[in-house]
Ligand binder design. Structure first.
Ligand SMILES: Nc1ncnc2c1ncn2[C@@H]1O[C@H](COP(=O)(O)OP(=O)(O)OP(=O)(O)O)[C@@H](O)[C@H]1O
Ligand SMILES: [Mg+2]
Length: 276
C-alpha cells in the first residue's frame, strides 16, 4: 500500500478539553517534530499514531491514512504494519549474529535471495555511518552497545523494513549521529515524526507540533531565520561531536589546528595522550 498522507484528528487534553488544532496532516517525505515539556504528552501522541488510534485511547484522537479510516487489519496483522518506531529503550534479545539476523529479516520481508548479501552489506554500512563504533556482520547481536543497536535499527528501517511511516522518540540520547539518522530516514521518502528536545532536530523539520498538558496547542512553521540558525547549530554540533570523539579516544583537545565544520573533521596539535 502506498501511503501519501497521515492525518491526526484532534482529541482532548488531560483535562478533557478539546485540542485547539483539530486536524494535522503530514505527507510522505516530510519530517515533523514534536516539542513540549516533560509530561506534556509527546510520547502519547506518537503512541496514538503507532496504534492507529480510533477514539479508543485516553486522548480520543483518530488517525487517518490517505484520508480514510485504516483497514482494521493494519492494526492487528503485523504483515500489514506500515509503521516503524525507534524508541529510546530498545535492545536486541535474539541470540544470533548481526548478518544472520539481517538476512532473516530481509527474507521475511520477501526480498529476493540473490539480493540478500547486498542488503546485509548495505544495512551494516549505513549503520556504521551513524555510530562511532563499527558493527561487523559476524558479531552477536547481544554484544552491541545501546548506540550500535539504535544505529542498526535505524539502518534496518531505512533499508529492510520499508515502513512508510517512522516514529522516533528522543533519538538525541541514543548515542548515534542523530542528524544523519534523520536525513537517512527522510531521504528514503518516508514520513517521519520525531519527538525531540534537540534544537537541531526540531529545526530540521519544516513544522513542529507544540504540546502542553496532554494536548496539541499549536503548530509552528520553521522560519527562514530559524533555518539559517539551524545551519550554524549543525556546525556547532559537528564541533562538539569531533571534540567528544577526540576525548573518548583519550587525547587532548588543546591546540585546534584546523576544523572543517561541514564534515566535523578536526585536526589537533599532536600532543599525545596524558595518563595520570
Ligand atoms: N490527552 C491525554 N489524555 C489523558 N492522559 C494523557 C494525555 N496525554 C498524555 N497523557 C498522560 O500523561 C502522562 C505523560 O505523557 P507522556 O509520557 O506522553 O509525556 P511526554 O511529553 O512524552 O513526557 P517526557 O518528555 O517525560 O517523555 C502519561 O501518563 C500519559 O498517559
Ligand atoms: Mg516521552
Amino acid at each position: 500500500m502506498i501511503i501519501t498522507e497521515l492525518t491526526i484528528i484532534g482529541g482532548v487534553n488531560k483535562d478533557g478539553v478539546a485540542e485547539p488544532v483539530s486536524e494535522i496532516s503530514v505527507k510522505n517525505g516530510e519530517i515533523i517534530s514534536i516539542v513540549g515539556p516533560t509530561g506534556s504528552g509527546k510520547s502519547t501522541f506518537i503512541a496514538d499514531i503507532e496504534q492507529l488510534a480510533q477514539n479508543d485511547t485516553p486522548s480520543g484522537r483518530r488517525i487517518l491514512i490517505n484520508h480514510a479510516t485504516p483497514d482494521p487489519g493494519m492494526r492487528r496483522d503485523p504483515r500489514m504494519k506500515c509503521i516503524a518506531q525507534l524508541s529510546q529503550n530498545m535492545h536486541f534479545l535474539a541470540d544470533m549474529e548481526v548478518g544472520e539476523f539481517l538476512r532473516m529479516h530481509a527474507k521475511s520481508r520477501g526480498r529476493n535471495s540473490e539480493t540478500l548479501d547486498y542488503i546485509v552489506e548495505r544495512t551494516i554500512e549505513l549503520a556504521n555511518r551513524l555510530t562511532g563504533e563499527p558493527i561487523c556482520a559476524d558479531e552477536p547481536l547481544t554484544i552491541l552497545s545501546g548506540g550500535q543497536s539504535r544505529a542498526l535499527m535505524t539502518a534496518d528501517i531505512a533499508v529492510i523494513s520499508d515502513s512508510p511511516i517512522v516514529l522516533i522518540d528522543e533519538i538525541e540520547n541514543a548515542g548515534i549521529r542523530k542528524q544523519e539518522a534523520l536525513k537517512l530516514l527522510a531521504g528514503e521518502g518516508k514520513l517521519v515524526v520525531v519527538v525531540t528536545h534537540d534544537p537541531v532536530l526540531a529545526l530540521m523539520a519544516k513544522r513542529r507540533i507544540v504540546m502542553q498538558n496532554g494536548g496539541v496547542v499549536g503548530i509552528i512553521e520553521t522560519t527562514k531565520k530559524e533555518r539559517s540558525l539551524c545551519k550554524s547549530l549543525v556546525r556547532m554540533d559537528n564541533w562538539m561531536i569531533a571534540l567528544r570523539e577526540t576525548i573518548r579516544h583519550g587525547e587532548l583537545v588543546e591546540g585546534v589546528r584546523h576544523f572543517e565544520p561541514e564534515h566535523g573533521r578536526m585536526e589537533l596539535e599532536r600532543t599525545g595522550a596524558v595518563f595520570a
